[in-house]
Each structure stands twice: as C-alpha cells, then as structure tokens.
Design a protein around this ligand. Structure first.
Ligand SMILES: *Cc1c(COP(=O)(O)O)cnc(C)c1O
Length: 403
C-alpha cells in the first residue's frame, strides 16, 4: 500500500477541469463590468430555484446571510425564541441572534443526527404553554414567544420533515430549513406520497455556497429559497440596503448581495451537481460495504428509507476519537470533526445558561463523530486505503491489535 496523502477534500481537481469555462465567465464580467446583480445573478437564481423545486430563489452573500434574511422575512422579531439543534455550525444560531431572537435547542435523533421530532413535541408541550388568544407557544422560563423552528439537514441528509411540519402547523411556527449542507438532498413525504427536495418544504430555506459545500463558489456566496413571493421580495430588499430602487430605502437592510462572478461560476457548476452528488452517494455506499461486517468499533451513517442523502460528509462514530484521528493523520489521511462541541456548551452561549447533560444525544455525538475524506473525485484506491487505515487504527486503539 502506498503512503500517498489523502486529503479530506480536494477542491483543486474539479476547478482545473472547469478552468476554461470559468475564464470565459470572468472575461464576460470584465467586459461588461457586471459585478453586482444583472443577468448572471438572475440566471443562477432561476436555475437554482428549479433545481430545488422551489418557486423563488434569492442569491445572497453567504449561507449566514440567507438564514438571517429568511428569519427576518418570515417574521421572526426581536424577543422571539427560535428552536434548532445543538449539533450544527454556529452560523445557524448566529443568524437567529442577529435577527433579534434567542436560540433554543431540542436534542437530536441518535442515528440520523438530525432534529428528533419527538423532542420538539416534548419541548412545545412541556417547556412551553399555549396561548390560544395570541396563537403562540410561550416558553415558560423566558416568557418568549416561540415563532420558528430550524431543522438543519446535517451532513447532506434531510431532517424528518413531515412531523416537524405538522408540529409547526399546530403551534403556528415558521419552518426555516438550514439546507447549507444539503443541495439536492431528498425526503420522501408520506403525507404527500412523493419525494421532496431540500429547500422546498419549509416556509423558506438557506443554502451556503462556501467553497467546500456540495455546490461551492470560488469565494463567499449563498441563497435562500421559498415558495412565498412576499418573503422572497423582502429578502431582495434586505440583501440590498432595503432599496426598492436606487436610493429609495423601504426598510433598513444589509449589504448581502450575491456577487455576479460567483453567480456565473455557480451556474456553470450547478449543471454538474446531480452527477457529483451521485458520485458522493456511490462513495458513501462503497464505504458502507467496505466497513460492513466489522465487529464493533465503528458506527456507520444511517440513511432511513425516506431519505436520499447527498453525503456532504461521510461521518463515522468511534470511541477514543482523538487517538484514532491522530493515527490516521500519521498515516497521511486527513479527517474532520463536525462538530466537536455542541453549541449549548460553546463559550459564546454561556449566557444562555445551559449545562452538560441538557442535550445528551448531541453531546455524545459531538465526542464521537469523525468525518472521513469525501469528495466526488475520491478514487476507489484512496477509499480502500482510508478504510484499511481506519480499521487498523480502531483495532490498535481499542487494544485488540498490536501497535
Ligand atoms: C456552512 C454552513 C452555514 C453557513 O454558511 P456560510 O456560507 O459559511 O455563511 C450554516 N449552516 C450550516 C449547517 C453550514 O454547514
């Protein structure tokens, strides 16, 4: 076996293949000085809305912008509480706070790592009281109205949306999907008896095109999708200083526009996304096969029959993660941890007053998850070596092997 280094993510090969096309896009932008707005942005928005099976798409500066604008446009206000999960990237809760609301959490499902709808139900039934006049659930301890819920489609797999949407209807909550890791993921809705795309199920959804995402720009970019033209229109105002036309500001907004050159690059890459997602799925299934039958030591990703994950990440659970990660690193195999600290225990949220043990499933996952190399160009040979090294590290660290 070779000692070739295996990266966690390879962003060089894919862009080398697209280089000529990207240079043409750059030349078009330079030739027209069309850097902000214009046909490249509109063209991408139309294509991405279609891809997500959503009516509207508004291109913005980042996934964080998309979340923040979606919350504000959906009606989240200062003093509200917005519920999400503790095992997400901090952008989810930053955007909640930046919209003026207080982030709160419910625990996750042990197998999918996504929001557990039953925990959401318990939160609404036990920790909140329903005010039938205001048609709102009020959080008992803070007194805040709970106005929105944010299922995060983590690692490329959609949350169990049917029961979440039912609870949202029952408790008058807006549902904002954090689809920043789930471009093209699908969910089989039993209620509708059909497959639904990420970003088409909630009142609005946020996507990130950070370079490492399944659809990544060559810089910062994001988008929100919605079926509600009013919500889309408010997001168009919010991203551009609240302007309905130049220097006529209907509201105070932000500088959160999608760069036209990035939109051009994204539009070109979007044409390949289905193929790339398919390659990720094949790689994930091959990892599963290679790991199958291994006694103990590693827990594989779980994909329920109602889910088609796009495997933004391929995540194992292992005991003694630090040791295993160190050994893999020494063998030249880069891995990641998404994420090492559940957000309720992170320093920035000390003031929210949570403690260890509040969300035990998310906490346990945070201590055990390990993301293996995953990108469309990962070769079978590289995969074989990753799996061999993981199994070797696990058996050595767990004492069943010889070091
Ligand atoms: C990447 C990511 C974001 C933030 O996107 P940016 O484009 O970096 O602002 C938000 N939520 C999740 C789950 C993400 O993975």
């Amino acid at each position: 076996m070779s000692d070739e280094k295996i990266p966690f993510l390879d962003l060089v090969t894919v862009h080398r293949e697209l280089q000529d096309e990207f240079v043409d896009i750059l030349k078009t932008a330079l030739g027209t000085a069309g850097f902000i707005g214009g046909p490249m942005v509109q063209g991408f928005e139309e294509d991405f809305a279609k891809f997500c099976e959503s009516r509207c798409c508004v291109g913005v500066g980042s996934g964080t912008d998309a979340l923040r604008f979606a919350f504000i446009a959906a009606g989240v206000r200062s003093g509200d509480t917005v519920v999400t999960v503790p095992n997400t990237f901090i952008a989810t809760t930053e955007a909640i706070s930046q919209a003026g609301a207080r982030p709160d959490f419910v625990d996750i499902d042990e197998r999918t790592y996504n929001m557990d709808p039953e925990k959401l139900r318990q939160y609404l039934e036990k920790e909140c009281s329903w005010d039938s006049g205001a048609k709102r659930a009020f959080h008992k301890r803070t007194g805040n109205p709970v106005t929105a819920v944010v299922p995060v489609h983590l690692y490329g797999q959609m949350a169990d949306m049917d029961p979440i949407l039912d609870l949202a209807t029952q408790y008058n909550l807006k549902v904002i999907e954090d689809a920043c890791q789930a471009h093209g993921a699908e969910y089989f809705s039993k209620k509708e008896n059909r497959w639904r795309k990420a970003g088409s199920m909630g009142h609005a959804a946020a996507f990130s095109f950070y370079p490492g995402k399944n659809l990544g720009a060559c810089g910062e970019a994001g988008a929100m999708t919605t079926d509600d033209e009013q919500v889309a229109q408010t997001c168009r105002l919010l991203r551009d200083h609240g302007q309905s036309k130049k220097y006529f500001h209907d509201i105070e907004g932000y500088n959160g526009r999608l760069d036209a050159i990035q939109a051009g690059f994204l539009r070109a890459k979007l044409r390949h996304l289905k193929k790339w997602n398919g390659q990720r799925q094949e790689i994930a299934h091959r990892y599963n096969t290679l790991f199958a039958g291994v006694e103990g030591g590693v827990t594989l990703p779980y994909e329920p029959d109602w889910s088609r994950s796009v495997y933004h990440l391929y995540v194992l659970r292992v005991g003694d993660r630090a040791q295993i990660q160190k050994r893999l690193d020494e063998a030249g195999i880069s891995t990641g941890i998404h994420y090492p600290i559940a957000l309720h225990l992170t320093k920035a949220y000390e003031s929210l007053g949570f403690c260890a043990g509040d969300f035990p499933v998310a906490e346990k996952a945070a201590s055990q998850v390990l993301s293996l190399p995953m990108f469309p160009d990962l070769t079978a040979r590289q995969q074989d070596r990753v799996v061999a090294e993981v199994l070797k590290s696990v058996s050595v660290v767990q004492g069943s092997g010889v070091s």
